[in-house]
Design a protein around this ligand. Structure first.
Ligand SMILES: NC(=O)c1ccc[n+]([C@@H]2O[C@H](COP(=O)([O-])OP(=O)(O)OC[C@H]3O[C@@H](n4cnc5c(N)ncnc54)[C@H](OP(=O)(O)O)[C@@H]3O)[C@@H](O)[C@H]2O)c1
Length: 366
């Protein structure tokens, strides 16, 4: 099978570098185009990232000598790649305009940025949960007059730690009314150079700008449904969150307490909850998408797991790893969940979105 030529916007950044590494030897996609800020434009990729290559192995040889283009000039990508992954860090309005400009040029955009997460006709995908939101893409193209291009986005990285377990429970007939979530988020989540080392070493920062709002709201769109050409949010669950930055390189942890929207005698036992989680699979597993984890939710029983260093690479960094499932004195149950923020939460999650789009024919006839 001939591979699809892809571009990476923001290829020099923390998430962009992950894309470059994860797409090396990808069975369906090959990187033929890289773009970043005007500061990097015109340089060979290997020179643009020479002092800040953060992935623990060599720069893939077939990308090292590509010339970095200015991501602000969408016309440069035409003819060089069929679709782009967007991992840009710029102002929201700028990213929104730029992603639309690529789509208008007939280049679909699979984005990690938050700029289009609340655009009503843009799907915010976790493929195991809301693959049915792909239906809105036809309306999005119609609304914008785009022939081939479209935009699909990924949600915030911290949500990935607990959205699959929440969805699996709801789907099994155990709706959730309220949740309290405290996240312990890795330093890589702030990009590079990110938080100053003096703020991070020997410290915890109890605030991440905009993160709590995202954590509380994005789950409603993810659990929503397509109606009249846009995505209508779900009514719940109600989420109250506290998001903190901790001195961990990769791997976001979330401590979650939840209350079921069920009478006492209908609430699941801990054993039933675990059964739902370990049995959970979805369309990406059915389609055997290359980046899909075989087991999307992994439950551990040791009293001191999950831990970022030990568990973040579970299922290629694509699993939600859960431990410490136990009764909660205030709500019904509580647990600790972990996922890899720059893999499942960013680049590999974006690649899984693209694999789903490809498998569903959205890249045909580009
Ligand atoms: N880090 C995570 O775990 C994570 C998780 C989920 C989502 N995200 C999202 O993914 C995106 C990238 O995050 P990151 O952590 O990789 O950020 P980052 O390390 O700061 O990288 C930013 C990238 O954007 C480029 N850029 C900056 N200003 C630009 C401009 N004016 N024009 C064109 N390109 C420009 C940079 O190019 P230069 O190198 O040339 O400056 C670089 O390639 C963000 O939207 C972020 O919210 C990140």
């Amino acid at each position: 099978m001939e591979k699809i030529k892809v571009g990476v916007l923001g290829a020099t950044g923390m998430v962009g570098q992950r894309y470059i590494k994860l797409l090396e030897n990808h069975p369906w996609f090959e990187v033929t185009y890289v773009a970043a800020s005007p500061r990097s434009a015109g340089k060979k990729y290997k020179d643009a990232v020479s002092s800040r290559w953060l992935i623990g192995s060599d720069i893939p040889a077939d990308v090292a000598d590509l010339i970095v283009e200015d991501a602000n000039d969408e016309k440069k990508a035409v003819g060089k790649c069929k679709f782009v992954f967007s991992a840009l860090e710029m102002g929201k309005d700028e990213i929104k305009a730029l992603e639309a400009a690529y789509a208008a040029e007939g280049i679909p955009v699979v984005s990690n940025a938050s700029a289009n997460r609340w655009t009503e006709d843009v799907p915010m995908l976790i493929p195991e949960i809301n693959f049915s939101h792909l239906d809105v893409i036809a309306d999005q193209k119609k609304h914008n007059g785009w022939d081939k291009g479209f935009i699909a986005v990924k949600p915030n990285c911290s949500l990935q730690t607990y959205m699959m377990p929440i969805f699996a429970l709801q789907q099994a007939g155990y709706p959730i009314k309220r949740m309290i979530v405290t996240t312990l988020q890795a330093t890589s989540g702030a990009g590079y150079p990110g938080v100053a080392s003096f703020d991070m070493i020997d410290n915890i920062v109890p605030y991440i700008g905009g993160e709590e709002e995202k954590t509380e709201k994005e789950c409603l769109k993810i659990l929503g449904s397509v109606k009249d050409g846009k995505i209508e949010n779900a009514a719940g669950p109600i989420v109250s969150s506290t998001c903190t930055r901790v001195p961990v390189i990769d791997g976001h942890t979330a401590c979650v307490s939840l209350e079921f929207d069920l009478p006492e005698d209908k609430k699941p036992s801990l054993e039933e909850i675990e059964k739902v989680w370990t049995a959970f699979t979805s369309l990406p597993q059915e389609l055997e998408l290359p980046s899909a984890p075989v087991h999307p939710i992994v439950v551990r029983h040791e009293e001191n797991r999950p831990q970022p260093r030990r568990d973040r690479e579970t299922e290629k960094g694509m699993a939600c790893v859960i431990g410490r499932l136990r009764p909660c004195n205030v709500f019904d149950v509580k647990f600790v969940a972990l996922s890899h923020n720059t893999k499942r939460g960013a680049a590999m999650g974006g690649i899984l979105n693209a694999e789903l789009l490809k498998a569903k024919g959205f890249f045909d006839n580009l």
